[in-house]
Write a protein that binds this ligand. Structure first.
Ligand SMILES: Cc1cc2nc3c(=O)[nH]c(=O)nc-3n(C[C@H](O)[C@H](O)[C@H](O)COP(=O)(O)OP(=O)(O)OC[C@H]3O[C@@H](n4cnc5c(N)ncnc54)[C@H](O)[C@@H]3O)c2cc1C
Length: 596
């Protein structure tokens, strides 16, 4: 049903022409040999896996969902899922950007990032099975003991085991400080965990011989709240001395959730009844250790937003060129047909261009952050590593929230392109809307991302990270300020940069008097900053397109048109958002709860 053709041309434009990743990777000894040919080949092969292996399972998987067996607590994934996973493992995809010390291929995260965009487009729910393993890999890689690394990493890298993150409990989602699962120390240095986790993605399935759960729980002497949380490795089967799965650990799936979307990913209630566990990251230091996982997952969820935006756009575009309804207002465009294709109508174009601009802006933004991550982890200069780490920290909540909010509106616009047929399951578009919705919720809701951005990442460091990013924008504005052809992009870019600076100072001042001002401004504020970032990348992409528009390659013409649409139609949303953010907390807090 429908189609998925990986946007390889745009990916290559972003990686090679916009970001010049090859030059950046050359500065990193680990990737000095990674050239454009390698990157393009991997993208090409990755696109085949996405479009030929997992895309054909996307709609059937959604219809069928997962099956839970109450007797033995097993979960069976939809038809074809396990076989696709076997192909994924056989082709070596799980190890793409993993450490060669643990049998990884040692390629850049930037490349893995583009591969994940394609997988998310092709089948978001399937991609969550291996996607969560990557976070588990990173967490153990950074915080595990040498023995834990030697035991678990090669299994996660090869993909023969998958990983999960077990944070949420029935009474505690956002506020992890309230979690109750208990870990009792044992004489042999292990722990026994008892408790219930809910909403655990890929918590149980039939794809792999073992599952490595990373579980947050409390030690007996734990202080109250978030300072008393520890992190544990809890394998489904206890590994034997030779690393093969042994005795079944009592961490079992009590039920799987019926839900709005991502039906083919098992969302599990996990019961731990004295499950054997190993501490990772030190007593009461669980949240710090888990943050490695959570940050990786936040970027991953932003990528889900991008992937689903792209596939919704592609299919709506095909439909809009095919569906004949009414005649163009400016005269008949298809005289040989009984009506014009709906793509002639301005508002249908608005909907398509909205999704196209969100996909292309998101791709540039995500690839940029992935490159910063590669530099943070691999650059020989400590100063550069620190700068990149700051940028990743600043931009992560924006990627998570801005791209997933955009995905929700883009998939909805794309559904609208189909008219009534969009609402009907047969066309597949309603699945994209349903699947997109969860991305705004899990991995910290988008409200929580906004509070993280404004409160922690900006106000708590007096705007230093934001200023640093702003310097790049200023430099670009100054460099291109006298170029007449660029003025349609440079003027609004400079303007939004100034407005963000003023808005940040204003909210910062108000927050001194009343902390609720931060909570009242955070959501519109994040969207404003998200637009500033998009405006910066669209201006940079427009500059390249302007220089190459006469080459005869229509790609650049399309890029320029999309950038113009973005500046004319999407960026102006910031005027309203800034008014909302400035309106203060009183209009939200005045009404007493019992008067609602
Ligand atoms: C399909 C699915 C898959 C999931 N996968 C996993 C998984 O693999 N592992 C895992 O551990 N969890 C998982 N989750 C859980 C998910 O991360 C939580 O649902 C999410 O963090 C929100 O928690 P909650 O649902 O308890 O909502 P609550 O925390 O109860 O929040 C309810 C509302 O209050 C708002 N709110 C809360 N506190 C504040 C505040 N301080 N300021 C402003 N607003 C606030 C929230 O933004 C939200 O709108 C999954 C959930 C779903 C539905």
């Amino acid at each position: 049903m429908g189609q998925y053709i990986a946007p390889l041309r745009d990916m290559q434009f972003v990686l090679h022409e916009l970001l010049q990743v090859e030059d950046h990777l050359k500065e990193l000894p680990a990737f000095a040999d990674v050239d454009a040919d390698i990157i393009n080949q991997v993208l090409e092969e990755g696109s085949k896996f996405a479009s030929q292996v997992i895309f054909p399972l996307n709609h059937s998987g959604d219809r069928e969902g997962c099956h839970h067996n109450r007797e033995d607590h097993s979960v069976t994934t939809p038809k074809g899922y396990k076989a696709a996973y076997e192909q994924y493992v056989a082709a070596g995809w799980p190890s793409l950007s993993c450490d060669p010390a643990f049998e990884g291929q040692g390629l850049p995260l930037t490349l893995n990032n583009s591969f994940y965009e394609m997988m998310n487009s092709a089948n978001l729910a399937w991609t969550m099975y291996p996607g969560l393993s990557h976070g588990a890999y990173e967490c153990i890689h950074e915080h595990g003991t040498p023995e834990q690394k030697a035991l678990y990493l090669p299994k996660l890298v090869s993909g023969v085991w998958t990983g999960t993150m077990c944070l949420t409990e029935p009474h505690c989602g956002t506020d992890l400080g309230m979690l109750r699962s208990k870990a009792e120390p044992q004489a042999d240095g292990t722990y026994r965990i008892t408790g219930n986790k809910i909403f655990i993605s890929a918590g149980e399935h039939d794809m792999t011989e073992n599952i490595v759960h990373l579980v947050l729980a409390r030690l007996p002497d734990a202080p109250e709240g978030s300072k008393g949380i520890s992190l544990f490795i809890v394998p489904k089967f206890l590994p034997k001395a030779d690393g093969t799965p042994g005795v079944r650990n009592p961490i079992t799936c009590g039920a799987i959730e019926e839900k709005m979307g991502i039906h083919s990913n098992s969302t599990c209630q996990m019961n731990m009844d004295g499950a054997t566990a190993w501490l990772i990251g030190g007593p009461h230091k669980g949240l710090q250790a888990m943050f490695v996982f959570m940050n990786a997952a936040r970027l991953g969820v932003g990528m889900q937003g991008l992937g689903i935006t792209e596939i919704a756009y592609q299919n709506a575009l095909v439909y809009a060129k095919d569906r004949l309804q009414m005649r163009s207002l400016s005269g008949v465009k298809a005289p040989d047909k009984p009506a014009d294709p709906i793509i002639v109508h301005p508002d249908v174009r608005r909907m398509l261009l909205t999704a196209k601009a969100y996909a292309e802006g998101g791709r540039a933004f995500c690839s940029y952050v992935a490159l910063q991550l590669d530099k943070e982890l691999n650059h020989p200069d400590e100063e550069v590593r620190k700068e990149c780490a700051d940028q990743v920290a600043l931009l992560t909540p924006i990627i998570k929230a801005f791209l997933t909010d955009n995905a929700w509106s883009a998939t909805s616009e794309c559904l609208q392109v189909y008219g009534g047929h969009g609402f009907i399951a047969e066309w597949g578009m309603e699945q994209y809307v349903r699947d997109a919705r969860i991305t705004m919720i899990y991995e910290g809701t988008n409200t929580i991302q906004s509070l993280d951005l404004l409160g922690r990442k900006i106000l708590m460091d007096n705007g230093a990270k934001l200023r640093k990013f702003g310097e790049q924008i200023k430099a670009f504005v100054e460099e291109n300020g006298t170029d007449e052809a660029m003025s349609e992009f440079i003027t609004p870019l400079g303007d939004i940069g100034d407005k963000v600076t003023k808005l940040t100072m204003e909210i910062g001042m108000k927050a001194f008097q009343n902390p609720d001002e931060v909570g009242a401004a955070a959501v519109p504020y994040l969207r404003v900053v998200g637009h500033m970032v998009f405006a910066y990348f669209f201006a940079r992409m427009a500059k390249i397109a302007l220089a190459k528009q006469d080459t005869g390659d229509t790609f650049y013409k399309a890029k320029l048109a999309t950038a113009r649409f973005y500046f004319a139609r999407l960026l102006p949303e910031t005027a309203m958002l800034i008014r909302q953010a400035r309106s203060g907390s009183a209009n939200l807090m005045e009404l007493e709860a019992d008067l609602f």
